[in-house]
Each structure stands twice: as structure tokens, then as C-alpha cells.
Design a protein around this ligand. Structure first.
Ligand code: DP6
Length: 326
């Protein structure tokens, strides 16, 4: 009863921020993301009758109790579906920095879902896997699939229609992404806590929720038609709208640092001079630059040479999550 899976991180082009149900982890808005190629989580799950609790090793170390409990609660869903009682030893490793806005919960819970379902011997559809992954982390529902992915906004109170679906695979339009790392610190407020604060205090939270459906349908068109300017404009707008919501929360959720702002200004300058490049930022200070196929390489050095930038990672679009042989 052991299996290992790999899932890749994703970045949202139309952002998810807010929940319609915190207990079942049902997003208040739909979202659209791209799965990335070179950054992934590899997780093995070993259900074992000798264990008296679930044990989680994260990046080579026994995880903190809170993290272990969150994973254990998640595995209860798998145990219930598979009708088994065994606890598991989970070994999970990211090949990138954890906890600083690089979506480790997305690849983490997607890899855990795939490995745990396989280890428990349950044969379920990708959509069912996406529903399970969503209960670990909303963005994880999207990392089940590769390429361009849409997380649907569901209606059902039980979340049975809250799952991701593929829009197009990674070969449809091979965009490139530069991840500009501006800090190695762990983020101060988790997405889950931040979303609670925004829903309770941000003055235009309801308008954020209302305006999302339009962004989703336009982004779908931009992807289908390979309209880069439209995709970039929409992605930046969705990102800035989400950060404005974060900034207007009480207490304010400020995820950017000086270098984040410097990179944003630089991108706007570059665009004025004719370079087609757009940015997006999640709940952390790193900036992800979206580039047309073949264009990222020449931009990489330019950002590497900026003061305050710690590292720049070049990547392309990546595949769906899946089991690997070990
Ligand atoms: C800013 O999926 O981490 O990255 O469902 O509470 O685990 P939980 O939140 P999470 O939120 C991701 C928020 C975001 C935007 C996005 O990826 O859409």
C-alpha cells in the first residue's frame, strides 16, 4: 500500500481569493491557472498497519504538528473513500523554496492526493481527484491537470461541482514563465487566514467576487485564441485587483517588498518600449513574468542583474500530476 506521485506548481492568471464555505474549502470565485514545468512536489504515501498515527516528513524533516494534523485530516478523506483504517508515513519533498508565495500547497496536496489514492487502491477519475485535492488546498485542485486549467465555481452546498477541468494542454501554446525571487522568508499570513480576513473586512469584497466571472470567460477566450496581450492584461488586472483587496483588508495583507514594486515598474517601462511581458503575484513577494514562447531567455539576465533580486527561474508549461515508479 505504497505509492509515489509528482505534481507541479501552478500560477493563477485569474486569481482565487475567498471561500463560499470554509469548512469544505469551497472557493467563492472560479480561477484559471497555468501548470509549470520545473517546480514540483514529489510525495510518497505508505499506509502501514504498524503506525499509530500519520507521520509527515517535509523536505527531509519531521513536519510541525499543525502541518501534520492538516495532512492527517486530509488523509481521513482518502481512508473514508477507500474504507481503510491504516495510518500512513508520508515523505514529501519540494524541489523549490516552501512557503514564500510559490504555491507549495498546490503541488503538495495534488501530489498527496494522487499518491494516497493510488496507495489506498482507489481508482477514481481526474475530476474526483481534483475534488479531493481541493479539500486540501483550493489551488491544488488545479495542479491535478497540466497546461491551462480552469477551477469551476460550484453551486452545490456539498462541493460536488467544485473542481478543476483542463482548458488546453501544455502544447497548445507553450508560454514561458520567469519566476523572480525577491525574498527567501516564509510568508507571514497564510492564504487561508488571509481569505478570512478579506471576506470579513475588505470594503469591496462582494464586488471582487461579482467581477470574477467576466474575467474567467475573457481569459478562456484569450487562451483559446492565443491572444497574448489580452491574456497579459487580464492576468495583471486580476492580480492587482486581488492585491488591492488584500491591501484594503484589516489588518492589511501586504505581501510585496521594495523589489516586488521595482520589478512591476520595470515591466511597465519595458512594455512601453515594446517588449511583450506581463506579471502576476500571489500571496508572497515573488513575481512571475509571463512571456511569449521563446522570449524568456533574453529577459532572464535583465532581471537577474536588478539589485534586490535573489534568483530568477526560467520555466515552461508543465504536465498533469501522476504516479511515478520508484
Ligand atoms: C493567491 O490554494 O493556497 O495563490 O485553499 O486556503 O489552501 P487554500 O488557499 P490557496 O490559495 C491560493 C491563493 C493565490 C491565488 C491563486 O492561486 O489562485
Amino acid at each position: 500500500m505504497k505509492s509515489t506521485a509528482i505534481a507541479h506548481i501552478n500560477i493563477a492568471l485569474v486569481k482565487y481569493w475567498g471561500k463560499r464555505d470554509f469548512l469544505l474549502n469551497l472557493p467563492a470565485v472560479g480561477s484559471i491557472s497555468i501548470t509549470l514545468n520545473d517546480l514540483f512536489t514529489k510525495t510518497s504515501v505508505d499506509f502501514n498497519t504498524d503506525l499509530s498515527r500519520d507521520i509527515l516528513y517535509l523536505n527531509g524533516q519531521r513536519a510541525a504538528t499543525a502541518q501534520e494534523n492538516r495532512v492527517s485530516n486530509f488523509l481521513d478523506l482518502i481512508r473514508k473513500t477507500a474504507d481503510i483504517k491504516h495510518y500512513a508515513k508520508i515523505i514529501s519533498n519540494n524541489n523549490f523554496l516552501t512557503g514564500s508565495g510559490l504555491a507549495s500547497s498546490a503541488s503538495g496536496y495534488a501530489a498527496l492526493t494522487i499518491a494516497a489514492a493510488d496507495a489506498a487502491g482507489i481508482d477514481i477519475s481526474p475530476v474526483k481527484k481534483s475534488i479531493l485535492a481541493r479539500q486540501g488546498s483550493g489551488s491544488a485542485a488545479r495542479s491535478i491537470f497540466g497546461g491551462y486549467v480552469e477551477m469551476k465555481l460550484g453551486n452545490n452546498p456539498d462541493g460536488s461541482d467544485d473542481y478543476a477541468i483542463p482548458i488546453a494542454d501544455e502544447n497548445h501554446w507553450p508560454l514561458e514563465v520567469l519566476i523572480v525571487i525577491t525574498s527567501n522568508d516564509e510568508k507571514a499570513i497564510t492564504s487561508t487566514d488571509g481569505m478570512k480576513i478579506s471576506a470579513q473586512t475588505a470594503p469591496y469584497y462582494n464586488n471582487w467576487v461579482k467581477s470574477s466571472a467576466g474575467d474567467i470567460s475573457q481569459m478562456r477566450d484569450a487562451i483559446t485564441n492565443k491572444d497574448f496581450t489580452k491574456l497579459g492584461d487580464l492576468a495583471e488586472h486580476s492580480c492587482l485587483k486581488m492585491h488591492a483587496l488584500m491591501l484594503s483588508s484589516v489588518p492589511p495583507l501586504i505581501y510585496w517588498n521594495e523589489t516586488t514594486m521595482k520589478v512591476i515598474n520595470h515591466i511597465h517601462e519595458m512594455r512601453k518600449k515594446g517588449t511583450a511581458v506581463f506579471f502576476t503575484i500571489d500571496a508572497g513577494p515573488q513575481i512571475k513574468l509571463i512571456c511569449e514562447p521563446g522570449n524568456a531567455h533574453k529577459l532572464k539576465t535583465e532581471f537577474e542583474n536588478m539589485s534586490g533580486v535573489k534568483k530568477v527561474i526560467l520555466t515552461s508549461l508543465g504536465p498533469a500530476a501522476g504516479v511515478i515508479e520508484e
